[in-house]
Unconditional design. Structure first.
Lengths: 544, 459
């Protein structure tokens, strides 16, 4: 089909879909649904990071999930206490598949523990601060943590418990670094608000406190990598091979100490732009560490990202080592693709997930020769779709205004520019970009659908119209889609597989997707007696 | 060690819950509402609640769990969630066309004080509820009770909104099965039919949470109690409410509202609890117990007598919900085992009243209930004096691995194994399955750990 026809087709699907909505709902949804036309002079705009319409069956979760679950969840030696009724702590207990590897058997690892103040009705009526203090005291007494995070759930904001004051008081009393998070579930419009709340507090209370970090010649802090299914392990191994020192990861396989000394790295790289780009900005402003976007999902993307890091450090030895690693790894990737690509080439995929993954994972599908029909994020903002150029033009609405924007200035003694003006100019001349992210839409074909915060109703329609071979989303969508007789690849939990990051991860992904597409299980759905068997029919007719 | 910070020494805690043996009300309400035919559960609160509940139920069942949310923002938290619920009702009926929306509240909407019936009547006035469609509700504040309370409240809501008494009795029995699996509900219905008794079960998640792969997604599944059946429950001869916490509140309401006599039973887990179910059904409905059921019972007793040596004096730790723990402990004692540690996070006087009787022959047994009766405490008890078996949900695997104790997955949620939605734990046949699981766990460990010269071919 020509791109023009594809665009027309997609437009008519959009209209059909909007026609089924109540008027007000249609008006709101239409702005979050774009038929992609990259390269237009007037760039297309998509509405994102706006309220989900009630009753619509969204994929989204809440601010608490983004704060406690996503950002702080993967850190093993910050003790997390959920302040609220029991549910929030319970559901975020080990359910995000963050793996961690303590350095020794005696090192702190609090991740398998779920701590909660388990608020009861009398605490809601009379206030829960007293109970929170007592709970912190008991937790410190049992676990002896260096740091404690206290997470507010919905009712906490309403009853007015001051988790920050309690944290400060208990910090002084116990000697542990205790900080609170006002991440009540109703803050913002999705998990994204929670990421921001979490990162702001880490910036205020942890980052910069460390005086020393891992030694190394090329020190990098990686932001926005959460070690789902061992991704961070794969990246640690890769960086190690290249001679690059990862001093901190936010937050996969991380520790309090890594966070505290992240500002001592000489470069910050950002994997998941959505959840943390502002921290990279703040570290640069306060400590002089430059940042750029990387992507280690996809073999080509991994190679490109490694080269960019080597280019940044501008060291011949590093560049040579990186090239050697890329050559070795790409040989393995090529041999895997030689085997797998012919089995999947031309098949189609849709990705509706997260705040970066729906973009990053397109790389892997493209490497396999597959086509992307549609994609969208669950909780991203316009810059993740359209690129950072649009940042100054994003309207701050009432829901975003409530999320604190930290004002950051250069640190009096610890601000240290990592590159001279001349060095930066030389890099710029070569086309080297800092603080860069072009977003998902420019990389998608004309006529593909870009849908923000997709809901169940829309999902069913686009599947019916486009019949993709594979759909990528999360656990809530998994069995809905599979009941339609097609595979769903979970890109939050990886269906308990992975890692998918780095070259080795790419190979894992190709193999998993090839298996899902070609497994013979799907062929058994129809019982043999429902299959047309013309010969038997003729025979019966004949005897009649 | 995964749980390397759990000290052996038990210190009483007043405020901190660690590794809870319960969760919050709304998830129970959502599960119960899924057991109504053509019903869409709706969570009136922030998006996260609905997302968390759907995720956890999905992990447990590996099935679609469809539910909606009011998607509260800071504005709704301040001004109340009326506008959100009205918008939700309109969107839901337009897009998803259920017969019933079953609204449950959350800690947020409860703290604000949203009045659901008032909002629903506004929705009706504004024409947002199509004729012949219903919006029902249950108040499920997360800071009271547990997930079991939420289940009970939604079941009570079904009676409140639908059950009617016409004055003409139907020769049928209501069965409120409690928070059990679709497989269990199916088995209870099978046994009832085998007795020749007509029944109405609510909620009923069979054919919803165990739906077949057909290549077609069905929003609501085939199963679930219908509105007509719920209405007719007011004319039944009796209600068998299985489980004091999950089922009795609805049974009591049905008794007071429609004068349907309530018989309180345990969930029929194990020999005696199933005997009581069969005997009650036989007495109440005045039907004899058929030979087929006698023979099922006989097969269970046979497997018990055949394997009695492997159970004798084995120490067991359990965590979970009162309605399951009571009959399960009774069964363990019946087969010679020693349930020595039992905890539940779910409050309620009934557990405290029943457990001393159930555990009267196990003087060393400890049982605890409430916020600090958590898995952290069970683990500490185990560290002080080990057990041979651990029985509970998936989270127990961390204790099981650290302490090298086999874990029998039982209860909610089970996120790492399948089977629970397909094979029942209730009835005589369910008890045979439990026995198989217990035996396999004990004997697999023995096989794995026996010195070579003591390795046995036969048991």
């Amino acid at each position: 089909m020509s791109p023009e026809n594809k665009i027309q087709d997609a437009q008519s699907i959009k209209e059909e879909m909007l026609g089924s909505y109540p008027t007000k709902t249609a008006r709101k949804r239409q702005k979050q649904f774009v038929v992609n036309e990259p390269g237009l002079e007037a760039k297309q705009e998509i509405q994102a990071n706006v309220r989900t319409l009630p009753g619509i069956i969204t994929q989204r979760g809440c601010s608490y999930a983004g704060c406690k679950g996503v950002v702080l969840g993967p850190t093993r030696n910050i003790l997390n206490i959920t302040h609220g009724p029991i549910g929030c702590g319970y559901y975020s207990w080990l359910t995000r598949r963050n793996q961690t590897r303590p350095e020794s058997d005696t090192d702190d690892n609090f991740m398998p523990y779920c701590l909660s103040t388990d608020m009861q009705d009398e605490n809601i009526i009379f206030g829960g601060e007293k109970k929170l203090k007592k709970a912190i005291e008991e937790a410190v007494d049992i676990f002896h943590p260096k740091a404690v995070g206290v997470f507010s759930t919905c009712p906490i904001g309403l009853i007015g418990d001051d988790v920050h004051a309690v944290s400060k008081e208990m910090s002084e009393k116990t000697g542990a670094n205790i900080f609170g998070f006002s991440c009540e579930g109703y803050k913002g419009v999705s998990q994204s608000a929670g990421h921001h709340i979490a990162n702001n507090q880490l910036f205020k209370h942890v980052i910069g406190k460390g005086k020393a970090c891992k030694a190394g010649k090329f020190k990098v802090a990686m932001l926005g990598e959460y070690n789902i299914g061992g991704d961070a392990f794969a990246l640690e191994e890769l960086f190690d091979k290249c001679g690059i020192t990862l001093v901190a990861t936010f937050s996969g396989n991380s520790t309090y100490e890594q966070f505290a000394s992240a500002h001592l790295a000489d470069l910050t790289v950002v994997m998941c732009h959505r959840s943390i780009n502002y921290v990279a900005d703040m570290i640069e402003k306060k400590y002089g560490v430059p940042w750029f976007k990387v992507n280690f999902i996809g073999a080509e993307a991994s190679a490109k990202s490694l080269r960019k890091i080597a280019e940044y450090f501008d060291n011949a030895e590093l560049k040579a080592r990186v090239e050697k690693v890329i050559a070795e790894e790409m040989a393995k990737v090529k041999s895997a693709l030689d085997e797998i690509k012919p089995k999947v080439e031309g098949k189609t995929a849709m990705l509706f997930v997260g705040g970066s993954r729906a973009h990053h994972y397109q790389e892997l599908f493209k490497e396999m020769g597959m086509k992307i029909l549609a994609a969208g994020y669950e909780f991203a903002h316009r810059d993740d779709y359209e690129g950072r150029d649009v940042l100054p033009t994003i309207k701050v609405d009432a829901d975003s205004r409530n999320i604190e924007e930290l004002h950051v200035e250069a640190h009096a003694s610890e601000y240290r520019p990592r590159k001279t003006k001349e060095e930066l100019e030389a890099l710029a001349k070569k086309g080297f970009e800092f603080r860069d992210y072009k977003g998902m839409m420019p990389e998608m074909d004309a006529g593909t659908l870009v849908i923000d915060d997709i809901n169940h109703f829309e999902t069913e329609i686009i599947i019916e119209k486009y019949k993709p071979d594979i759909f990528c989303a999360g656990i809530k969508e998994k069995y809905v889609i599979q009941k339609l007789g097609m595979p769903l690849k979970q890109l939050h939990s990886y269906d308990y597989g992975g890692p998918y990051a780095s070259f080795a991860g790419a190979i894992n992904f190709y193999r998993d997707v090839e298996r899902m597409l070609n497994t013979r299980i799907w062929k058994h759905i129809k019982a043999p007696w429902h299959k047309v068997e013309p010969l038997a029919a003729v025979f019966i007719n004949a005897t009649n | 060690m995964l749980l390397r910070h759990t000290p052996k020494e038990v210190k009483e805690r007043e405020a901190l819950t660690i590794n809870p043996a319960k969760t919050c009300q709304p998830i129970g309400a959502m599960y119960a509402a899924l057991g109504i035919h053509n019903c869409l559960p709706h969570s009136h609160g922030s998006q996260g609640c609905c997302s968390y509940h759907r995720s956890m139920l999905t992990r447990h069942y590996k099935e679609p769990v469809m539910a909606t949310t009011s998607s509260f923002t800071e504005g709704s938290a301040v001004f109340g969630g009326q506008a959100n619920l009205l918008a939700a009702v309109e969107n839901i009926f337009a897009l998803y066309k259920p017969d019933v929306i079953a609204v449950h509240t959350t800690c947020l909407s409860e703290t604000i004080g949203d009045d659901i019936p008032q909002i629903v009547s506004k929705a009706v006035e504004e024409g947002k509820v199509p004729p012949g469609k219903f919006v029902i509700h249950a108040n499920t504040p997360s800071y009271i009770g547990s997930h079991v309370t939420g289940f009970a409240n939604m079941v009570k809501g079904m009676v409140k909104y639908f059950s009617v008494r016409t004055g003409v009795k139907d020769n049928q029995v209501n069965i409120i099965p409690g928070w059990v699996e679709p497989s269990d509900m199916r088995e209870i219905k099978r046994l009832t039919a085998e007795m020749g008794v007509k029944s109405i079960m609510f909620p009923d998640t069979s054919e919803i949470m165990d739906s077949p792969q057909t290549g077609k997604f069905e929003m609501y599944g085939k199963g679930g109690v219908t509105i007509d059946e719920l209405r007719a429950s007011g004319d039944s001869i009796a209600t068998l409410a299985m489980g004091h916490e999950a089922s009795v509140p609805a049974g009591e309401l049905l008794d007071s509202k429609c004068k349907v006599k309530l018989y309180e039973l345990d969930v029929p887990i194990g020999l005696k609890a199933t005997d009581r179910f069969i005997k009650t059904l036989s007495d109440v409905m005045n039907v004899p117990v058929p030979e087929s059921i006698e023979r099922e019972r006989g097969r269970l007793v046979d497997i018990l007598t055949d394997n009695e040596q492997y159970f004798y004096n084995k120490r067991v730790a359990l965590y979970g919900d009162p309605d399951q723990l009571i009959p399960m402990c009774e069964f363990l004692v019946d087969i010679g085992m020693r349930p020595v540690y039992v905890v539940t996070g779910t409050p309620g006087k009934y557990f405290a009243a029943r457990m001393p009787e159930v555990l009267k022959d196990i003087p060393e047994a400890k049982f605890r209930q409430g916020p600090q009766a958590d898995m952290f405490l069970v683990h500490q008890w185990i560290k002080n004096e080990p057990v041979d078996l651990l029985i509970g949900n998936t989270w127990g695997k961390y204790i099981a691995r650290d302490e090298n104790v086999p874990l029998i997955r039982f209860g909610f949620p089970i996120m790492d194994r399948v089977g629970h939605s397909y094979f029942p734990n209730v009835g005589y046949t369910g008890a045979i399955r439990l026995i198989e699981k217990l035996l396999n766990a004990i004997l697999d460990k023995r096989d794995r750990e026996a010195p070579e010269e003591k390795f046995e071919l036969m048991f």
